[in-house]
Write a protein that binds this ligand. Structure first.
Ligand SMILES: [Zn+2]
Length: 329
């Protein structure tokens, strides 16, 4: 159960705009909510629906207790219509069905609220049909069109809607969300440095993949530091068979970069900002062993490896050369 105050913590501009429009009674007929996954678009749509229907609201804040609020929470308010893709698109027939449904059932109230998911999948006919809904004179209707791909939305839709852009979550909120999705905090912290897309973060953790990737990075950097000769064997036997796809190799290199940044944080006593939170001992060892100049060189070597991967250098070769540079005195 979200309130505008909750939403304000992560999407303050959007909360402000919508609250103001409610208070001034100037809501648009159609909004496009665009932004990455996990940015709370649907939560805001549901809260706006409550604000739209609740008769007991205090300023813009719905009461959360009346019949309208409760029915919205349980997902069965008769005047809220969720439109989702049927297969790969949202077809005009779906909108026609909905219209027929509405006329058969008779109006519970004159207010209607539509939430369209994956709006980029609407066919032009479906889009026109839904926009017509909003222009019907005998009622008050509002549509929220959700999308992660605003550039694919039809210009006719965009020009008749107010577009609100949802910013990615700040790292601490993002970590919180990952932890809520049963991802251990030690993994969540590292993931927050790699992506701000919640779904992508959750995906990375499937089958324990991310936790393994993370421990391979710890193992490799540890060997570079303590048992340089073993590092090449580890690369051969552990690293290469695990980081196979280009995107995985990229991620492995990014994780090494984050590691050395942590070693630098250790040196300058910013331990409260560590990313590998459970590795203080190893980070401390390396922070004592490596000079600032050497750490700078290490980061440079990792960045060069990234560039070479983009330029399609063979992964085996670029990783071996990276290890050699990390081991130089
Ligand atoms: Zn209410």
């Amino acid at each position: 159960m979200k309130t505008w105050e909750d939403i304000g913590e992560t999407q303050s501009t959007i909360a402000k705009i919508l609250k103001n429009s409610v208070l001034k009674n100037r809501l648009s007929h159609a909004y496009v909510f665009e932004g990455g996954r996990g940015t709370g678009k649907k939560n805001v749509a549901v809260l706006l629906a409550k604000t739209f229907f609740c008769k007991e609201k205090l300023e813009a804040e719905p009461c959360q207790q009346c019949r309208d609020c409760k029915r919205i929470d349980s997902g069965n308010h008769p005047d809220i219509h969720l439109i989702q893709a049927d297969g790969s698109s949202i077809k005009v027939d779906q909108i026609r069905e909905l219209k027929k449904d509405l006329s058969l059932r008779g109006m519970e109230s004159r207010k209607k609220f539509y939430i369209v998911e994956e709006t980029e999948k609407m066919t032009p006919a479906a889009a026109n049909s839904i926009l017509k809904f909003l222009e019907e004179p005998d009622g008050e209707a509002l549509a929220i069109l959700l999308t992660t791909h605003v550039q694919r939305i039809l210009p006719t839709v965009l020009s008749r809607s107010q577009v609100l852009s949802f910013a990615p979550l700040p790292p601490d909120k993002f970590i919180e969300k990952l932890v809520e999705n049963s991802i251990p905090e030690k993994d969540a912290r590292v993931i927050s440095q790699i992506t701000s897309d919640l779904e992508e973060g959750i995906q990375l953790c499937q089958d324990n993949w991310f936790a393994q990737a993370r421990s391979k990075v710890i193992q490799l950097t540890d060997e570079v530091s303590l048992r340089p000769k073993n590092a090449f064997i580890t690369l051969q036997e552990e690293w290469m068979p695990f980081f196979k796809e280009k995107s995985e190799i990229q991620l492995g290199i990014d994780l090494i970069m984050i590691w050395y940044r942590d070693v630098i944080r250790m040196q300058v006593d910013q331990t409260n900002q560590l990313v590998y939170i459970d590795q203080e001992d190893k980070l401390q060892d390396q922070a004592l062993k490596l000079s600032q100049r050497k750490l700078g060189n290490n980061l440079q070597a990792v960045m060069d490896a990234k560039r070479r991967l983009d330029a399609n250098t063979a992964p085996q070769l670029l990783m071996e050369q990276l290890l050699l540079r990390l081991q130089e005195g």
